[in-house]
Design a protein around this ligand. Structure first.
Ligand SMILES: NC(=O)C1=CN([C@@H]2O[C@H](COP(=O)(O)OP(=O)(O)OC[C@H]3O[C@@H](n4cnc5c(N)ncnc54)[C@H](O)[C@@H]3O)[C@@H](O)[C@H]2O)C=CC1
Ligand SMILES: O=C(O)[C@H]1O[C@H](OP(=O)(O)OP(=O)(O)OC[C@H]2O[C@@H](n3ccc(=O)[nH]c3=O)[C@H](O)[C@@H]2O)[C@H](O)[C@@H](O)[C@@H]1O
Length: 479
């Protein structure tokens, strides 16, 4: 068996949050490889080819602009790119199934299967096919079977698992300097050669000791496990935040104290309004479903609890807003700062802000929303559908935070954007009705300073000494 020839043409199917940045970085590091990123979504490809990229990711635009048209191409001509490539990444979406068996939990693999069939139908030369999307364990088996059942004479396939661990908002740093690159493949000579071929692409910039290889199933399961552990840490600290609120302990102090234990480490201990993003919930649901299918109900229940705790955290926070504002927010204007699921991204998928906004709207509030990277079209799309209110009458999306505060009773911080920490809160306060409330769902603001200004401040995981606002209630004075 000969080694695979050096990879010279890569096709990436799926120009989303993973396919776009991942293959852009490959193109920038491996200038001798032609990288073509393809998608069925024509407008997305048009945006990748324009000055206004379809996703915001710090550092991405510069790299795209430096390689686009050189060795990096964005195209809707999927067949051409597939035919020409010797290595194909499948980076399509694998959302939670919303119909049929496994509805609401299993991963929907229809896009992966469509790619497999397209590759099998149109390939006239051998390919390494790489699962980049997050998939259930043993998905590569189905992929392999579809490819092999439809193989043309003289064409062979090797299927590898190469899950992506980048986080949005830090994708480019994560890709340039990954903790590890994981490649799973068959334990056969051909499988090992395919692993070596993909590894050689990463070795251009990733130290070899950080490229780890496993069997295919371990690689697939490691991705689900990594996300499950990360989400579990957030749910764990959020569970403790509820205990803190009931006892007078402070979750930030607890997180600092436990995080200095080198066995635990300080990362992913930021208590919040709850985790969001397109993957934690989806991948946990998938792990729960797989465990149930494997007749492991105790395992399924264990991981389900991480999700339950996240729901509890979001609803606790939303209820607290209403309770604090005298148990009624009907017709009250509330300013939402942040709509993205985390800072440095415009992505709103599963954003806790959507949950909070819907809850407040159901309670009769009027929302004035500001997020530096989420436009009003996206906000209205995310809030549409489930509510019994006429959205355009009760939601305004502002271009700056000061406009969003005009006439408002409360500020609710849903996303930890850095710019929210340096706003002029005296100016915000002067535009608001009194008493003016701040609900800091991300624990990023200077609470003491806000209380000194006159705000009543509530946050996650600690009781604040709102002396200034108690004074207001005692004296009934208008501020
Ligand atoms: N978003 C993230 O930060 C991360 C996502 N992942 C995983 O990567 C995968 C992709 O995620 P995202 O990039 O966020 O999804 P996305 O929704 O942003 O992008 C997926 C793209 O695939 C395209 N597509 C779907 N079917 C296609 C087909 N048959 N032919 C051509 N294009 C097709 C869609 O039009 C879409 O543009 C998922 O499995 C996800 O779990 C893994 C790590 C990080
Ligand atoms: O598979 C995926 O999609 C990716 O999912 C996450 O990345 P991402 O969702 O982009 O962002 P995170 O930084 O993990 O944040 C997820 C959510 O948890 C929240 N979070 C994070 C950390 C923390 O300490 N506290 C906390 O509430 C964030 O605000 C956000 O809402 C993982 O971190 C990536 O490794 C993984 O590749």
């Amino acid at each position: 068996m000969k080694a695979y020839p050096k990879v010279s043409k890569i096709c990436c199917i799926g120009a989303g949050y993973v396919g776009g940045p991942t293959c852009t970085v490959i193109a920038s590091k491996c200038t001798d490889i032609t990288v073509t990123i393809v998608d069925i979504n024509e407008s997305r490809i048009a945006q990748w080819n324009s000055d206004s990229l379809p996703i915001f990711e710090p550092g991405l635009e510069e790299i795209v602009k430096s390689r686009r048209g050189q060795n990096l191409f964005f195209s809707t001509d999927i067949l051409k790119a597939v035919k020409e490539a010797d290595l194909i990444f499948i980076s399509v979406n694998t959302p939670t199934k919303n119909f049929g068996v496994g509805k609401g939990r299993a991963a929907d693999l229809k896009h992966i299967e469509a790619c497999a069939r397209l590759i099998a139908d149109h390939s006239t030369s051998s390919k390494i096919v790489v699962e980049k999307s997050t998939v259930p364990v043993r998905a590569a088996e189905s992929l392999s079977r579809i490819l092999k059942a439809n193989t043309k004479p003289g064409v062979t396939y090797q299927v590898l698992s190469n899950p992506e661990f980048l986080a949005e908002g830090t994708a480019i740093c994560d890709l340039l300097n990954p903790d590890r690159v994981l490649i799973g493949g068959e334990d056969t000579e051909e499988g090992q050669l395919a692993i070596a071929a993909l590894s050689s692409v990463y070795e251009v910039w990733v130290p070899k000791e950080r490229i780890i290889t496993t069997n295919t199933w371990s690689s697939e399961l490691s991705k689900l496990t990594a996300n499950a552990f990360l989400a579990q840490r957030i749910s764990s600290i959020n569970a403790i935040s509820a205990v803190c609120e009931a006892t007078g302990a402070d979750v930030s102090e607890v997180a600092r104290a436990i995080g200095m234990d080198t066995r635990l480490g300080p990362k992913f201990l930021q208590s919040s309004v709850g985790f969001g993003g397109s993957c934690f919930q989806k991948d946990l649901l998938n792990l729960v479903y797989i465990s149930e299918c494997l007749n492991l109900p105790e395992v399924a229940e264990y991981w389900q609890q991480v999700l339950n705790m996240n729901e509890f955290q979001k609803s606790r926070f939303a209820k607290r807003i209403v309770e604090t504002m005298f148990n009624t927010i009907t017709n009250k204007k509330i300013t939402l700062l942040g709509f993205a699921f985390k800072k440095n991204t415009g992505d709103t998928r599963e954003s806790p802000a959507i949950y909070i906004a819907k809850y407040l709207l159901e309670e009769g509030a009027v929302l004035q929303i500001y997020d530096p990277k989420v436009d009003s079209k996206q906000v209205f799309a995310d809030l549409s559908g489930t509510l019994s209110v006429n959205l355009s009458e009760v939601v305004t999306v502002s271009k700056n935070p000061y406009d969003a505060a005009v006439g408002s009773h409360a500020i609710v911080v849903c996303t930890e954007w850095d710019e929210f920490t340096s706003l002029d809160y005296e100016r915000m306060y002067s535009r608001m009705l009194k008493p003016a409330f701040v609900f800091d769902g991300r624990k990023i603001l200077n609470h003491k300073k806000l209380i000194d200004i006159g705000f009543h401040v509530e946050t996650i995981g600690c009781k604040l000494n709102n002396i200034a606002s108690s004074f207001f209630f005692q004296n009934g004075k208008h501020w």
